[in-house]
Write a new protein. Sequence first.
Length: 255
Amino acid sequence: MTHQLILSLTSGIFIAGAAAFLGTLMLSKKMAIVAGPLGHLALPGAALALLYGFSISLGAFPFVVVGIVLIWLLEIRTKLQMEALTAIVFATGVAAAFLFLPIDKAEAALVGDISKVGLPATIASVVLSTIVFVVVKRFYPQIMLASIHEDLAKAEGVNVKLYNLIYLSAIAIIVALGVSLVGGLMTAALVAVPAAAARNFSRTLTQFGIAAVAFGILSAIVGIALAAWSGLPAGPLVILTSGAIFAVSVPAAKA
């Protein structure tokens, strides 16, 4: 096993595992699809990263963060649904991306390129993915309550605005990291598919979380290994592996 493959696998395992765990929350909130538009919002940053030769995730991060803050502020100001605001902000980001995205380098931005990840980016992926996992696990009940019944959450003393910001910040980090693994087009699948498969197999919330993380990690390992063997891009292979796991899980789904 080469040094580069070890870095790719390490980054992929941590990103995919954290994304899948966050996906259990997003799936419960019926917001898993939001990760897709936010992945597209990362494209302008990815375009700049490709133009100037630095990490795609590093380029994507500020654009996703700005988008998240805009969505959060607009939700407070307008009371529109988060999904609608995400679509508005995402459309602007995509338009900007296609003005600057180098066509000859578009593949890395659209479907990811984890095969070239370096040691600093791997360390950042491990640290940030771990932070997302710990924070989401710590505040899972509050975030869930705020989304299901905002008035009840306020009555229970939950700071809804704060927990929405924490939730959106976790999404921003995962989307920015996920761009390097599966590109800007498939971040929703990175979050949603392992969680959906886990829901089919699970009977308790604990099982749901554990299975989602396991399926996310398995998808990353198999997809990256297949990419190293075949020479094909890792991003699509990671998502196809997730899709295969979901297909296997369907017969186990509760009626």
